[in-house]
Design a protein around this ligand. Structure first.
Ligand code: ZN
Length: 161
């Protein structure tokens, strides 16, 4: 149930089995689906709510996915674009697990360094490694060349894959 400003409530069908990702930064729901590789052609029921009123965030997005759970790697990736998101695992219409996404202090092997001269973009066998400079909005700093990457660049990378 989503509380609207006027006191009206927006009724969203409960799901039987699957995942509800709540408190997604408003306008980021589609990037979250991209991270999860969900295009809509897989056949799951997917509900997307965007820019709904939220007491905590002002505005938020919500994604509900029937019949699909989320891996720890995907949780870390979601934290990069929606640092306040909560992941609710649903079984038999009940929330059996609720988890706040958490950005690790070091981000390894998820994001590429945008600096073409960075050693990670050469032929050297060096893994991508970033430090989290800021959590919300996310800013990452490359361990090797110190270049900073912001949220828009991070989102772009998920769309390129
Ligand atoms: Zn770099």
């Amino acid at each position: 149930m989503v509380e609207l400003e006027s006191g009206r409530q927006l009724r969203v069908e409960k799901i039987r089995e699957g995942t509800v990702i709540d408190h997604i930064t408003s306008g980021t729901a589609l990037a979250v689906l991209r991270i999860l590789n969900i295009s809509g052609r897989e056949g799951f029921i997917v509900s997307i709510l965007m820019n709904v009123p939220s007491k905590k965030l002002g505005k938020k997005d919500i994604v509900k996915i029937e019949g699909r759970e989320i891996s720890p790697k995907e949780v870390a990736e979601i934290a990069l674009v929606a640092p306040k998101a909560t992941i609710n695992i649903i079984r038999d219409f009940k929330v059996i697990k609720k988890e706040q996404v958490k950005l690790p202090s070091i981000v390894k092997d998820i994001i590429r360094c945008p600096n073409q001269r960075c050693i990670t973009n050469s032929q050297e066998p060096v893994k991508q490694l970033f430090y989290v400079e800021n959590e919300d909005p996310v800013v990452l700093r490359c361990h090797y060349c110190s270049v900073l990457i912001e949220k828009d660049e991070i989102i772009k990378q998920f769309y390129r894959e």
